[in-house]
Design a protein around this ligand. Sequence first.
Ligand code: ADP
Ligand code: ZN
Length: 624
Amino acid sequence: MPATNIAPARQRGAGATADALSVLNSVFGLPGFRGAQEEIVRHVTDGGNCLVLMPTGGGKSLCYQLPSLLREGCGIVVSPLIALMRDQVAGLLESGVKAAVLNSTLSFEEATAVEQRLLAGDLDLLYVAPERLLTPRCLSLLGRAKIALFAIDEAHCVSQWGHDFRPEYIGLSVIAERFPNVPRIALTATADDLTRQEITDRLALAGAPRFVASFDRPNIRYEIVDKQNAQTQLKAFIQQRHSGDAGVVYCLSRAKVEETAIALAKAGIVALPYHAGLDAGRRARHQDRFLNEDGIVIVATIAFGMGIDKPDVRFVAHLDLPKSIEAYYQETGRAGRDGKPSTAWMAYGLSDIVQQRRMIDESTGAEAFKRVSIGKLDALVGLAETANCRRSRLLGYFGESPQAATCGNCDNCLSPPLVRDGKVIAQKLLSCAYRTGQRFGAMHLIDVLIGRLTERVKQFGHERLSVFGIGSELNEKQWRAAMRQLVAMGHLRADSEAFGALKLTDTARGVLKGETEILLREQTSGRDRPSRTKSRRGDLAPAPGNSGQATDANLLGVLRAWRSEVARTRGVPAYVVLHDATIEGIAASRPRTPEALRDIPGIGDKKLERYGRELIELVNGTAS
Ligand code: ADP
Ligand code: ZN
């Protein structure tokens, strides 16, 4: 392989930004930086340390890839996940960057070859697993090589309190000790203060600047719907809104994962299950198909996701309530890394609150831990119940104050729910629970309120109570929604030891006496259907953010098929060949010359050289 010709100038100073831009364009085919990228790249290229906090899809990789190309020597990237390293390196190689990995998947000979290339100055970027980096052999190797920088990806893995803690990460403090003059850049998408502080301490970043991007994901549309028949609702959501798209469906239990995958497959949706109970081979096959093929839906427990770098996941659906807003944000965040319109959809009902509460109550954790867990669950339920903008609520939870109170891209902003005075409804419901002895669950209370003479009602003589039939102004669905909101507000509590019996809490008294204001949200009927914007536009993709250019559907299909074929023969994920945004750019502008093709974001010099002729032929050969 000839010596690298990617970085035309490796000097620092005044020309650095111009160099950075030219490499961004020639190698990655991108016209400009996003947000703080430019500042970060300049800072690190100039030799500074820093901590970068950016949401998933924010564009963290370029923050260390570019300085590695601009500085002398090889950039060392510490990354915890082998699959992630592999895909990143495949993408870099596609763009003509000299990248390699050092991890346990290599044979001794392969690893030795990589080491030789590092020492010979023949690598721009080297991805290393943390446990590998910590070995004396590797540290000594790095001591003899010219190192451009250390990038510590997923830096929150140093946090012992976080859910992704990796003991090997603790050892990474050795980097600052052994290589004090090599810049260190730590990156994470985890927002909270405690984690930031731990990263700063462990990686010796005190005094180094923190670059904090907004955690907003404007391309994700948040939608939370009333759960009725979750599977039917999910099928309709996928078929009407995301037909043919790649997506992830999260369920709490393995059994539900299996069941849901089967139901979706029966409806003609290509859906594959993924959970810890499947044998490793099958799990890996399903993950590979999801990554490499277009339009696969993975139905999974939370075991799936970490390290999934797929940029074109168009939706994340929750059939069960996650544990916290953090978990919800992380899981939904796997949609739309490429910045294109995507949907975070969740179906949620009273039983979800009851189930999560039961899991906390029955857990063996200390009381303090249970209290924290309940607080986190309550915050998430608050998000699910809010009649206001979901995005403001979400960002507010992470300490950000959004500029506008409405985002225009969540269900509540798009079709504001009706909010009504619910004092009388609440009083009827609470008295019904009280008069029936606080021993019954939602279904029975609704029967009594509506005045249904069921066997159970007769068995307990509840038709003789004053509350029998006092609630005929609402239907069953409306009562269910009211009940859920009263639980969410904390006036009713589902007792997990009494099979979900609804009991009054201390605050219920104020409601019964009419001292507490109660506002109830009523679901507008359009909720489960595609939003108005979309049906009017007649397309199936989520509405906002589309380029406005008419995309040539015929050419798009041809390009996708071509990409799948190339990906298969090269053994890399489809998005490593070309991103969706690039394919769509080609279909929209139909470039007929290499220059025109090179102008499409995502087409750098190497991709033009490799695929240019074929792509132009496809454009010319496909009638519009
Ligand atoms: P992160 O690691 O923060 O989750 P990535 O680095 O994987 O994000 O980038 C997410 C997506 O954004 C990728 O598809 C990448 O190509 C794209 N991207 C990053 N920076 C830019 C930019 N300056 N212009 C256009 N696209 C970008
Ligand atoms: Zn909103």
